[in-house]
Design a protein around this ligand. Structure first.
Ligand code: ATP
Length: 226
């Protein structure tokens, strides 16, 4: 089976006096199509892990292959390009441009991705339909509910057909009913074959995945295996 993530001995120590070992060396593989959650309390190392998995930071030890590519060997510019092509990010705070329509927000995500200009709009519309927003294409985020905004953000993350959807507290800003509808959307994307990793401090979100990991004091381990 194809592996989207293969981490071997990945660890992170922040320099300082004394240095902080935020992530103890870990091995992790995530196969294509898996839905994995990573749960941990504040300060456990979730952001450190997310930043490494998302190619935002380099680990201080270990190797990380994303979609078969050894990322340690890549210069920063190539890592950035790989991130844009292969990882779709979803954040707690949505990070949409407020005065651009839903479609424009999703079009903008394709600017540096080599998608031919004339295909960008069609792909944006398709991604918005996929998340159930076919009727809100021209709406501004300022006029949308939190759940709709997060769906636009998910469409934006999907439009480049990433190998991995990486979500950081995707329901953190939503009331529980809206959170549930966003989690159902992730369930359905998973059923369609998407590889998803959700990082959360919320135990209720952590049980949604097919595979649940826990992180505590920088140690990542398997929690439940479904
Ligand atoms: N740039 C940094 N320099 C030094 N120490 C850091 C740095 N970033 C994080 N840490 C430390 O590493 C540990 C893990 O932090 P991290 O931000 O990964 O935790 P977290 O689980 O994401 O927490 P939260 O949920 O509060 O965001 C903490 O002890 C933190 O103080």
């Amino acid at each position: 089976m194809t592996e989207v993530i293969r981490m071997t001995g990945i660890g992170m120590t922040y320099p300082g006096t004394p240095p902080v070992q935020a992530l103890r060396p870990l091995d992790l593989t995530v196969s294509a199509g898996q839905y994995v959650t990573v749960v941990g309390p504040s300060g456990s190392g979730k952001s450190t892990f997310l930043n490494i998995a998302g190619l935002i930071d380099r680990p201080t030890e270990g190797t990380y292959e994303l979609d078969g590519l050894d990322t340690a060997a890549l210069p920063d510019a190539d890592r950035t390009a790989l991130r844009g092509r292969r990882i779709g990010f979803v954040f707690q705070a949505f990070h949409l441009l407020p005065y651009r329509t839903a479609t424009e927000n999703v079009i903008l995500a394709q600017l540096y991705n080599g998608t031919p200009r004339r295909q960008r709009q069609g792909r944006a519309v398709e991604a918005l339909r996929q998340v159930g927003l076919g009727h809100r294409l021209d709406a501004l985020p300022t006029r949308m509910s939190g759940g709709e905004r997060q769906r636009v953000a998910i469409a934006r993350a999907l439009v480049n057909q990433p190998a991995l959807l990486l979500c950081d507290e995707p329901t953190g800003n939503l009331d529980s009913a809206t959170a549930e509808s966003v989690l159902r959307l992730l369930d359905s994307l998973h059923r369609d074959g998407l590889t998803i990793m959700v990082i959360t401090h919320d135990p209720a979100v952590a049980t949604r995945g097919q595979r649940s990991l826990a992180i505590r004091d920088g140690v990542l381990g398997e929690r439940v295996n479904a």
